[in-house]
Design a protein around this ligand. Structure first.
Ligand SMILES: Cc1cc2nc3c(=O)[nH]c(=O)nc-3n(C[C@H](O)[C@H](O)[C@H](O)COP(=O)(O)OP(=O)(O)OC[C@H]3O[C@@H](n4cnc5c(N)ncnc54)[C@H](O)[C@@H]3O)c2cc1C
Length: 169
């Protein structure tokens, strides 16, 4: 989770961060934070209504987290046929099978064997549960490396052919 100050500045000079990278708070909060980050990055002062809206949305997000906490032990509530990765429709049983029968020892390997995290959300929804299920099967806690292995990828941006054709060399 990226730590930001009131101006949405990260600890890296010149890098502003908004949205879910700073914590789960919903789409509206992400948009408002993005607007604030953009304005501060452009040396403009955001209107106070925007700052008030961010504060209110953060309070709402915190209330949601407190009202619907993910309680410890949830791994024991899910069934073999419970869907863990909705994009690829991968069940809990398939993930556990990748560990117990195919020999995967981390979520990244499970992703390769069984495809959780390979769909549209790219592990944003199923990454943590997959890591927790794998760690549970292996009798250990989820590590930072488990989560990094699922999320880390280079920044990618589609480049139109026209842009390439205009390059000189
Ligand atoms: C299943 C689900 C249901 C939800 N329902 C609600 C709801 O009802 N109401 C609500 O308020 N919020 C909801 N949310 C939360 C909401 O979607 C998020 O809070 C919001 O989308 C976060 O916005 P963001 O801009 O921070 O991130 P995102 O919307 O995730 O945007 C990040 C973007 O970065 C791109 N990206 C990622 N990696 C790279 C890379 N390496 N290179 C280039 N681009 C990259 C992604 O493709 C994506 O377009 C839901 C989330 C989920 C998963």
């Amino acid at each position: 989770m990226v730590k930001v100050d009131d101006q949405q500045r990260s600890t890296v000079t010149g890098v502003y961060v908004a949205g879910e990278a700073c914590g789960v708070g919903g789409a509206q909060l992400s948009l408002v934070e993005g607007e604030i980050a953009g304005l501060f990055a452009a040396n403009a002062r955001p209107p106070s209504r925007l700052l008030r809206r961010r504060a209110a949305l953060r309070i709402f997000a915190e209330a949601m987290h407190q009202t619907y906490p993910v309680l410890p032990g949830w791994q024991s509530w899910v069934r073999t046929d419970t869907i863990a990765c909705r994009c690829e429709e991968i069940t809990v049983g398939t993930i556990r099978h990748a560990v117990t029968e195919l020999g995967a020892t981390d979520p990244r390997a499970v992703k390769s064997y069984a495809r959780p995290g390979m769909g549209l959300c790219q592990g944003r929804v199923c990454g943590y549960p997959t890591a927790a299920l794998v760690a549970g099967e292996l009798g250990r806690a989820v590590t930072e490396q488990d989560l990094r292995g699922l999320a880390e990828r280079p920044i990618g941006q589609p480049v139109p052919l026209g842009v390439l054709s205009r390059l000189e060399n």
